[in-house]
Unconditional design. Sequence first.
Length: 469
Amino acid sequence: MTAQLGTPHDLVGIGIGPFNLSLAALAHGLPRQGVGELATAFYDQRRDFRWHPGLLIDGATLQVPFLADLVTLADPASPWSFLSHLKHKERLFPFYFAEQFHIQRSEYDAYCRWVAERLPGLHFGHQVDAVRWNPERELFEVDFTQLDADGEAEALGRTHTRNLVLGLGTAPYVPEPLRPLAEAPTVPVIHSSEYLDNRARVLAAAHVTVIGSGQSGAEVFLDLLRDRPAGREGLTWLARTDAFAPMEYSKLGLEHFTPDYTRYFHALPEAVRDRLVPAQWQLHKGIDAATIAAIHEELYRRTLHGGWPDAVLTPGVSVRTAGRVATTKVELHLEHTQQGVRSRLTTDAVVLATGYRERPLTSLLAGLDPYLRKDSAGRPRIDDRHRMVLDPAVTGSVFVQNGERHTHGVGAPDLGLAAWRSATILNTLTGKNPYPQPARTAFTTFGLDQREHTRPHPSGELLPLVEHP
C-alpha cells in the first residue's frame, strides 16, 4: 500500500458530483486556520466527471436557473462560475442574446466538466474503500484503491485528513418486481439513467412502456413520442401517482428551497420531519409545466387528421409483479389503486423512470460506526452545519452533502442550495467566515417565533397580538 503520510489534509471529499465539485471550487485558494491555503483532496471512482449522462436528452433543460451553478449564489465573482465558463468558451454574447434562464442539461454537464478538468486536487479513478478515526493522531484515515483505465485495481493507498465530506450522491432505484428483468439482457428493461445508451434499442421495440410520473419519465415519453410515426406510436405511460402532476413552481412555493426553510425544517421534531418529506413530493417529483404542455401539444397534433395516437397514459397504477414472455416480451401485472382492478400488459421494452435513492453509508462508514450518533430510525444525526453528530472524542468533522434529506428537507438534493451549503461547510471548517451568508432568503416566515408576537398600531406603537378562543 502506498501511504501519503506527509502533512494531513484539512478536508478530504468522497465523491465528485456537483455538490462536492461546488465545495472544491469554493475551497480553492482559501486560507486555512493556520498558515497557508486550505489543503483539500477529492476522490471518485469514475474516470472523469459525468452528470446523469443517460438523461442528457436533446432539449432537456435544468429545472433551476443558471444562477444555481457551482458557486454563484455564494460567490458571484468566482472564476468557477457558469458565466466564467461561457466567457472562457467565447460564448458569453450568444448566451446573452439567447435570453435563456434555464440552460440545457448537456450544457450544465459541459460546464461542470470544464471546472473538473481545471480544478486541482480532484482524483478520479480512485475508489474509497474504508474510513477510520485514528485517536492517537486525531485524524481520519482514508483507504482507497487506484483504478486503471479498465476500472481494475492498480494500487492501494491511504491518506489522512482532519475532516471529511461525503458526497456520494444517489443510485438509480429499480422496484423489486422488476429487478430480475432489469438484469436480463434479452428484453430491454432499463432505468432512465441509462436511456440514451439504450435509446436505439428501445426505439426499435414495437411497444414501449414508460413507468414513472416524474420529470425523467415525462422527458423519456416525449422523446419516444416525437420519434414514433403517427397512429403507430405503441406507447404506454404508467405512474403510481394519482395524476401526471405539475411540479410546484410558484414563486412562494420555491421558497421551500431556501436556507430559511432548511433551517426551519432542521429545527422540527424528527417525527414531524418524517411526515413532511413524503407529503412534499410535488415540490421535487412533479413534472415541469412546459414538458407537460409539450407532451399534450404533440399528442394533439397527431389528432389533426382524424384518429387518436396509439398512446396510453394512465396514472394511479402500480406494478405488482412482472415476468418474461418467451424471450422477447415482458408481461406487467398491474393494479389500479383507486378502482381495485387488476390487469396485464404485454410490452417489448420498459423504461423505468423510478427515481433514485441515497447511497447507503453503512459499509463505507463501518469504521466510524462506534462514534456515530443516530436517530430513532437508525439514521445518522446531522447538525445544522451539515455535520454528522459524532462522539465528542472525535475532534474532526464529517460533513454530508445530499445525504441529509431526513434532517434538512427537500432542498438537500437541489442544485440551487449547492453553493450555500458548500459555503456553510467552509465557513464552519475555516472559522473565518470567508463566505458571509444572508440573514434572510425568503419572504415566507416558516413557523411562529416563540417570542411574543406584536402588531403595528396606527399610532406607530407595537401592541401584543391577542389570541381569541
